[in-house]
Write a protein that binds this ligand. Structure first.
Ligand SMILES: Cc1ncc(COP(=O)(O)O)c(C=O)c1O
Length: 409
């Protein structure tokens, strides 16, 4: 694209971008004009379906994460679906059988859980630690039985459990691991990227996450056979593109169509180049927010901030906050005050997932098991955004004034 056309598009995008004022958003737009222009270039070529940019993105992503393979899909949910269905696939060595138990934290996203059920496996919930928001290894150990064959661990909001201890525990019991890393792209545990610890690691490029392609996701894996399974499942079950048999209509497996578009790949790839920069700014903004709040004259120990776990180098996109006991009875009033006053909040993921109506519908907790950690996070928790632009003093002041109002309302 020549400079004149680029500048024209740049101005056009500027004129069409709505700017929100006086509001501290959960996830303001992190797209640059260049991200959009990369997408527009694909549209102008009229080659919108999955092609070379998807391949390039996959290759660079695998290299970055430290996995042999990466496969792009149209969402993080699709990544979870493929990873879980790969576990029951006939092409898989020691595949899981219907009714096999699969562990999952009680603080999870809906599509961390539902592929387990859809694949005919039996989810078994494990409690989480309110100090880290991540799975409690103590509770995990208690939950492992002879029927336990797999686990979907969810790395929450840039943080993780002790991955070394987790691996040791599940390896001892020959449990297969899927790492739902949809919220933690760019975080490391002991210098190894999260998402590279399990047989499959999944990632989401949804709007609010560390990087975004609007919609999109990735699966990382190390084993060639596993790659072949997810590759064929992603696209109708055929082996087009990986087998040299000159037959484009060779169906080696069952399948879905979960392919990304080339437009998403172009936007996502351009964002991906900025991941480390985003990580740095978000980390700086997080420090500034916490320091502003804790050094304020109005600070009366109203909140507990979640720190990264030992050995985790986090890549944040939200700032999870737990309200301390003394102020807890004001939570509902306080959150509606914040939302009325320009500070957007949301629950920490979806709270204790066992409370969701869909759990009743599918009769997944008929024994009414109580998950103390997840419930505490639901009762006390909320989160605000951490943005990819350096936070201004005005925004810091707004957060200080509004958040610390909890003691007065
Ligand atoms: C832990 C977790 N897993 C999976 C997903 C699904 O990702 P997507 O929205 O890209 O489908 C999300 C979504 O936000 C998530 O937080």
């Amino acid at each position: 694209m020549n400079k004149k056309d680029y500048n024209y598009l740049n101005n056009l995008i500027d004129r069409n971008t709505k700017r929100e004022k006086n509001i501290y958003q959960l996830s303001p737009n992190s797209f640059s004009n260049k991200d959009m222009i990369e997408g527009i270039k694909v549209l102008l070529s009229k080659k919108i379906t999955m092609s070379n940019i998807v391949k390039k993105f996959e290759k660079e992503f695998a290299k970055f994460i430290g996995s042999k393979y990466a496969l792009m899909v149209n969402s993080g949910s699709s990544a979870n679906l493929l990873a879980t269905f790969a576990m029951i696939n006939p092409m898989k060595k020691n595949k899981l059988k219907p009714g096999d138990e699969c562990l999952i934290p009680s603080l999870c996203w809906s599509t961390s859980l539902w592929p387990i059920v859809q694949a005919g496996l039996k989810p078994k919930f494990v409690d989480v630690d309110p100090k880290t928001l991540n799975v409690s290894l103590k509770n995990l150990e208690k939950k492992i039985s002879k029927k336990t064959k797999a686990m979907v661990v969810v790395n929450i909001l840039g943080n993780s459990t002790d991955m070394q201890k987790l691996k040791k525990l599940i390896n001892k019991h020959k449990i297969k691991l899927i790492e739902d890393n949809c919220e933690s792209l760019g975080s490391k545990f002991k210098n190894k990227y999260l998402g590279s610890f399990g047989e499959f690691g999944t990632f989401s490029f949804y709007y609010s996450h560390q990087i975004t392609s609007g919609e999109g996701g990735m699966i990382a894996c190390n084993d060639k056979k596993n790659y072949k399974i997810i590759y064929s499942l992603r696209s109708h079950g055929w082996d087009r593109g990986i087998n040299n048999n000159n037959n484009d209509f060779n169906f080696i497996n069952s399948g879905f169509n979960l392919r990304p578009t080339e437009v998403s790949a172009a936007i996502g790839y351009n964002q991906f180049k900025k991941l480390n920069y985003f990580k740095k700014i978000r980390s700086l903004n997080r420090k500034k927010i916490i320091s502003k709040i804790k050094n304020s004259k109005k600070w009366k120990n109203q909140f507990t901030f979640i720190n990264s776990n030992k050995n985790v180098k986090p890549s944040w996109f939200g700032l999870p906050i737990l309200i301390n006991k003394k102020y807890l009875n004001k939570k509902n009033k306080f959150l509606s005050y914040l939302n009325r006053n320009g500070i957007e909040t949301r629950p920490i993921i979806s709270g204790n997932f066992l409370n969701q109506p869909s759990i009743k519908l599918y009769k997944l907790n008929t024994k009414k098991e109580f998950f103390r950690g997840a419930q505490e996070i639901q009762n006390r928790g909320f989160f605000i955004g951490i943005h990819v632009k350096e936070i201004t003093n005005k925004q810091l002041k707004l957060l200080e004034n509004k958040l610390l109002k909890i003691s007065e309302i």
